[in-house]
Write a protein that binds this ligand. Structure first.
Ligand SMILES: Cc1cc2nc3c(=O)[nH]c(=O)nc-3n(C[C@H](O)[C@H](O)[C@H](O)COP(=O)(O)OP(=O)(O)OC[C@H]3O[C@@H](n4cnc5c(N)ncnc54)[C@H](O)[C@@H]3O)c2cc1C
Length: 399
């Protein structure tokens, strides 16, 4: 949509084709329906939130960055607000108001919109685009084509990776697709009991048999198959690559990152000595969420009906160890379909970062999530899509 708007604003005749019956189906889902459209951080902090390929976006960001994107919406009457971690949302708290502004602008710029129309193939003649075929074999001539078909996750939104296949059939290299920002499955059988449990201010450390991979403090959510939540999603890209190499990965959860093992042991001791006749389950209530108490007692192999003064030093230390480093084995990441973003896609060496034009086919441009660039949550992925779309639209119009 941004590419079409920009190209049309430069006096070009633009046709926007989407196979869905509405525009912006994934955009409508974004930010839990509120659309975290960008982040108000500066360029350097922005680039740090992209996985290895963020530098590719420098030219696109130089041309059209977060302030320009915010101005775009605000100048068209949609007020925005900045929330925690500099995440930017519309004040309406509704992604439909973002789509509405884009649709109105498409109309104002006289972009023709063709919905329910699937692009099947791109015709190239003498190294230059000539037009495209729709399903049903209708041919539409074109001197420039901007592919903005997205990644390959949440396929019901229309992002099924077809654009990548078309690009591949024209000789472009595709970096294998992996899920990004994706929940992880664990091997243990606990998720059923723990589903829905959120642990806040905990440290999670991902490690292989010997090495620590990554460790951060934040929030963890248990799902019906494993773990999720903002912190897990953020760290998942690294874990997906690690798992792909066939290495065993564990997550170690520290439920009390503010206390050392010794301090926690002393705290247990104090509680037990102050309440010698209290059952251990009751005492643990001040230290652990209810759902974890029974589970930890079971894992530690302790009689749940014991009183505080009946607990041995060894049993107390087992609890401390569980609270400080509860270890779960990661089975695998959830499938590509469930990633919030796609890792991999159009190989960057095939695209000119100053124009977004293909280095193989003249007149063919790429933008958005189909490019091999992906980022953390926080508005970075949509900014990348808007920025590359703007640049592709401008370059296609001016070349
Ligand atoms: C649940 C969820 C929440 C998210 N929340 C955020 C967020 O808050 N902030 C953020 O920055 N990012 C978020 N993202 C990521 C962000 O939504 C995507 O990165 C972004 O939508 C990518 O934009 P795009 O235009 O490249 O692709 P898409 O939005 O995937 O659009 C691609 C379009 O191409 C069409 N298409 C595909 N193939 C064809 C074809 N052959 N013919 C015709 N049309 C075709 C599809 O129908 C689709 O409409 C979220 C993602 C998900 C899944």
């Amino acid at each position: 949509m941004m590419a079409a708007i920009k190209a049309a604003s430069l006096e070009q005749e633009v046709l926007l084709i989407d196979k869905n019956p509405i525009l912006g189906k994934k955009l409508l889902l974004s930010g839990k329906g509120r659309c975290n459209l960008t982040n108000a951080g500066d360029l350097d902090s922005f680039l740090k939130r992209f996985s290895r390929n963020g530098q590719f976006l420098r030219d696109a960001f130089k041309k059209f960055f977060n302030q320009e994107l915010m101005d775009f919406f605000q100048n068209r009457g949609l007020a925005l607000k900045v929330e925690r971690q500099l995440r930017v949302f519309p004040v309406t708290d509704s992604s439909s108001s973002i789509v509405a502004v884009l649709e109105k602008e498409l109309t104002r710029q006289k972009v023709e919109v063709l919905l329910r129309s699937e692009v099947k193939d791109i015709l190239v003649k003498e190294g230059r685009v000539n037009g495209l075929y729709l399903a049903g074999a209708e041919f539409i001539p074109a001197t420039k084509i901007i592919l903005a078909t997205g990644g390959a996750t949440y396929s019901f939104t229309g992002s099924t990776g077809e654009g990548l296949k078309m690009a591949q059939s024209l000789g472009h290299a595709i970096i294998p697709l992996r899920p990004g920002l994706v929940p992880l499955e664990i091997k243990e059988k606990y998720p059923d009991i723990l589903e829905g449990l959120t642990l806040k201010n905990i440290r999670i450390k991902f490690c292989s048999e010997k090495n620590e991979i990554i460790s951060e403090v934040g929030e963890l959510l248990f799902t019906g198959f494993g773990i999720s939540g903002p912190l897990v999603l953020t760290l998942s890209a690294k874990i997906v690559d690690w798992l792909k190499e066939g290495k065993g990965v564990y997550v170690e959860i520290d439920l009390k990152p503010g206390l050392s093992r010794e301090q926690l042991d002393e705290r247990f001791l104090r509680e037990f000595q102050a309440n010698p006749k209290k059952g251990i389950k009751k005492i643990l209530k001040s230290l652990l969420p209810l759902k974890l108490i029974d589970l930890f007692i079971k894992i530690a192999g302790i009689d749940p009906y014991k009183k505080a003064n009946q607990l041995s030093q060894d049993e107390r230390r087992k609890f401390v160890a569980l609270l400080k480093s509860w270890r779960l084995a990661i089975n695998r990441a959830r499938p590509l379909e469930e990633g919030m973003v796609t890792q991999g896609g159009m190989a960057l060496k095939e695209i000119n970062p100053r124009t977004m034009e293909s280095r193989r086919v003249k007149g063919l441009y790429f933008c958005g999530e189909m490019i091999d660039v992906d980022a953390d949550t926080g508005g970075f992925n949509l900014q990348a899509a808007f920025s590359t779309g703007y640049l592709a639209g401008e370059s296609a119009a001016l070349s």
